[in-house]
Structure formats: structure tokens, C-alpha cells
Design a protein around this ligand. Structure first.
Ligand code: G1P
Length: 269
């Protein structure tokens, strides 16, 4: 059985209400950071890490995303005619190879765990990545690539989540790790809690939006109850892996993370 990570799920079904009115007609993931939409950063990071299949979990009103990754024959012809080869190349980097990209709809906003579960039939019996495009990570070696290297180094077993220390008063915005053994970049995880209050958080080591998961997480999600905020939480499903003896690791990546799900983070990025 191949244990290489070649598939990635991009949950992009969110309404993006924090960016209204902009998101009234454009998906949040299409909002641009300098010259590229947010989603392009996530795709570039996945490609650099060797991902070959890209699974988008979308919702109503996100068709601009599908167009973005399609080829644009009229535009390409016009650029070609004008000899604008640089721009042509830039444009071509956005269109995906046929069959490399799939779109699944999450019909109801039941949470991140539910969004990932919606893609279950496209994941075979192999580990897969999840990338939350809101978390933009500037790094010399792209974050997911760092994680895949660490995951393979640890025997390609269990689950791995990107992790970063956050101020204690911010724990209620994140999944938080209860660390069993701190090995430096890598920590083994004893428990995970979604959005605990500062005084109840087991640490200030937070989950950032990059995951490598074993397919058994999808089975767990199958039977998952609602958790924090009344939503089906990915954090809870990963936490359950620990109980069934799967290893779960946190990985302190090298790089700077920007929370582009918030206006302040977006501006900073
Ligand atoms: C999600 C996850 C949370 C994680 C965070 C990272 O929360 O549920 O565990 O720490 O992403 O950005 P959200 O920001 O979607 O509420």
C-alpha cells in the first residue's frame, strides 16, 4: 500500500461573512493578496509538497473558484497574439491538469469535520492532507512540504497537525494540543481540544490549518457527534485517533503564519 501523501482536501465552503460586503459576490478564497487569490497560495504550497490530486469542498456561490482553475482560451489567445509570454505563463500556472481537481459540495454548514467527511469517497486507503486556505504560511520550505518530510521521517503513520504557540488568551480560537512528549519540532499529542477557554486550555500550542491524516479519521467522522460551537469538529475526530492507538503528532513548522480569515491578519499578510 502506498503511504505517499498525494491528495489534499481544501475546505472552502465557508460563507466568509467577516469579509462582507466583498464576499457577497466573490468567494473569500478569491480575494487577492498582492497579485494572487488566497487559494492560489494554498495550491502552490500543495504542489510544492508533491500533491497530485486537489479536492475542493465548496458550497453554493463558489463557482468563481471553479472558473479560476479552468483554462481561459480567449485570454490565452489574446496574450499569445500580443507575444506576452510572461503573462501567458502566469496564467497557465492557474489552470489545473484535467482530472487533477475535484469539487464536492457541502450542502449544510456543519463544521470543518463535516466538510472533510464530504470528500471521503475520493480518499482511498492512504494518508491525505488538509489545507485551510485562510492560514497563509510564508516559509522558505513550504509548510506542507516540511510536514510531509517529518511525517515520512516518523514512518508515515498516524496523523500530524501543524502547530504554533499562541498567546494564552487566544486559545479559544484554535484547536489546542495537550502535549505528551516535546521533542522539539515534533511533539506527541495526548489529547486535543477544540477552542478551549484560556483557563481550561491544556497548553498554548495551537493547531494551524495544515493536517496529514490517516483515512481512519474519515470513519470516525462518519459517527461523529457535534462538538464546540455545535459543529462537527475535525479536532475531535483526530483526538479520537489517539484513543484507538494511532499516533498523533504536532509539528512546529518553520515560517510565519497569517490568519487571513480575519481582516487584521489579511492586512498583515
Ligand atoms: C479551524 C480548526 C481549529 C484550528 C484553526 C486554525 O478553526 O477548527 O482547530 O486551530 O482552524 O486556523 P476555524 O478557524 O475554522 O474556526
Amino acid at each position: 500500500m502506498s503511504r505517499k501523501v498525494t491528495k489534499a482536501i481544501f475546505p472552502v465552503a465557508g460563507l466568509g461573512t467577516r469579509f462582507l460586503p466583498a464576499t457577497k459576490s466573490i468567494p473569500k478564497e478569491i480575494m487577492t493578496l498582492v497579485d494572487r487569490p488566497l487559494i492560489q497560495y494554498a495550491i502552490d504550497e500543495a504542489r510544492a509538497a508533491g500533491i497530485k490530486e486537489f479536492i475542493f469542498v465548496t458550497s453554493r456561490g463558489k463557482s468563481a473558484l471553479e472558473d479560476y482553475f479552468d483554462s481561459a482560451p480567449e485570454l490565452e489567445a489574446a496574450l499569445e497574439q500580443k507575444g506576452k509570454t510572461d503573462l501567458l505563463e502566469t496564467l497557465r500556472q492557474t489552470s489545473m491538469e484535467s482530472g487533477a481537481i475535484a469539487y464536492i459540495r457541502q450542502q449544510r454548514p456543519l463544521g470543518l469535520g463535516h466538510a472533510v467527511w464530504c470528500a471521503r469517497r475520493l480518499i482511498a486507503d492512504e494518508p491525505f492532507a488538509v489545507i485551510l486556505p485562510d492560514d497563509v504560511i510564508a516559509a522558505e520550505t513550504p509548510c506542507l512540504q516540511q510536514m510531509i518530510e517529518a511525517y515520512e521521517g516518523a514512518g508515515s503513520k498516524g496523523c500530524m497537525v501543524a502547530a504554533m504557540e499562541v498567546p494564552q488568551e487566544r486559545t479559544s480560537s484554535y484547536g489546542i494540543l495537550d502535549v505528551e512528549e516535546d521533542m522539539g519540532a515534533l511533539v506527541s499529542v495526548r489529547k486535543m481540544v477544540e477552542k478551549p477557554k484560556a483557563e481550561e486550555a491544556p497548553s498554548n500550542l495551537a493547531v494551524i490549518g495544515r493536517y496529514i491524516l490517516t483515512p481512519s479519521v474519515l470513519d470516525t467522522l462518519d459517527a461523529a457527534d457535534r462538538g464546540a460551537g455545535g459543529e462537527i469538529q475535525l479536532t475531535d475526530a483526530i483526538a479520537r485517533e489517539i484513543e484507538t492507538t494511532q499516533n498523533v503528532y504536532g509539528f512546529r513548522f518553520r515560517g510565519q503564519r497569517f490568519d487571513c480569515g480575519s481582516k487584521a491578519g489579511f492586512l498583515q499578510a
